[in-house]
Design a binder for this molecule. Structure first.
Ligand code: PGA
Length: 255
């Protein structure tokens, strides 16, 4: 069984000195407890702090990731950052299609597909976020939503590249109300079957949405949960490393 993947999405938080401090604290706590060799850990700070955090992580097993990228390699796209630029500052991962990008910045599945292709072209591992809103869940449309969010991507050949899928029910993000383990189990079983049917057996599925040190073991013990995408709780080194330890514990217990 492969090791769990825990991704810290810092969103639009931390100035450069706060980012350096947090990265140093996480690295130190992860190395002291030895979790850094039993889990793939990824930190995704804001763009302007990528270089500084990358420097803090040099020589460690912790990888650097970004929260977004644009579809083109360079050019007149004021305010955007290309996948090639991310690669040049040492990123290995990039989050694509986070629900905040979909809702606030109106990103649709066609644009997200373009971003996935560009990330692959630059040898980044994209972490594709999918998930239903509360309204869609109440209308019993969860499976249709997940399927349609993946449809364009699963139709393309490049899917054989490495990528990670993150199930993030929108109603669980930043609300303090994580999905219940049976809800997570159903969604992950659905996504696993869908991905497997399209030859994507190698794609791990993470859960994201209000993961905390308290609920982490229960969430990571759910079948087909390969790790987590952590927002709020990744801004505190203690809670983030607790969550990493929980993923290792759950993996060992459920082996
Ligand atoms: P949260 O965010 O852990 O704060 O709910 C998760 C995410 O947005 O990826």
């Amino acid at each position: 069984m492969t090791e769990p993947i825990i991704v810290g999405n810092w969103k639009m938080n931390t100035n450069v000195s706060e980012a350096v401090h947090l990265a140093q604290q996480i690295r130190q706590a992860a190395e002291q407890s030895g979790v850094d060799h039993q889990c793939s850990i990824v930190l995704c700070p804001p763009f302007v702090n990528l270089s500084a955090v990358g420097n803090c992580l040099r020589g460690s097993t912790i990888a650097l990731g970004a929260q977004n990228c644009w579809t083109e390699p360079y050019g007149a796209f004021t305010g955007e950052i290309s996948a090639a630029m991310l690669r040049s500052v040492g990123c290995e991962y990039v989050i694509i299609g986070h629900s905040e990008r979909r809702t606030i910045f109106h990103e649709d599945d066609a644009l997200i597909r373009q971003k996935m292709l560009r990330a692959w072209e630059e040898s980044l591992v994209p972490i594709l976020c999918v998930g239903e809103t509360l309204h869609e869940r109440q209308l019993h449309r969860t499976w249709n939503v997940l399927e349609s969010q993946l449809e364009q991507l699963l139709a393309i050949e490049e899917r054989r590249n490495p990528w990670v899928c993150a199930y993030e029910p929108v109603w669980a993000i930043g609300t303090g109300i994580a999905a219940e383990p049976p809800q997570i189990e159903q969604a992950h079983a659905f996504l696993r079957a869908l991905l497997d049917a399209h030859g994507c057996t190698h794609v791990p599925i993470l859960y994201g949405g209000s993961i905390t040190p308290t609920n982490a073991v229960a969430i990571f013990s759910v079948p087909n949960v390969a790790g987590g995408l952590v927002g709020g709780a990744s801004l505190n080194a203690d809670s983030f490393v607790h969550i990493i330890a929980a993923s290792i514990h759950a993996r060992a217990t459920n082996r």
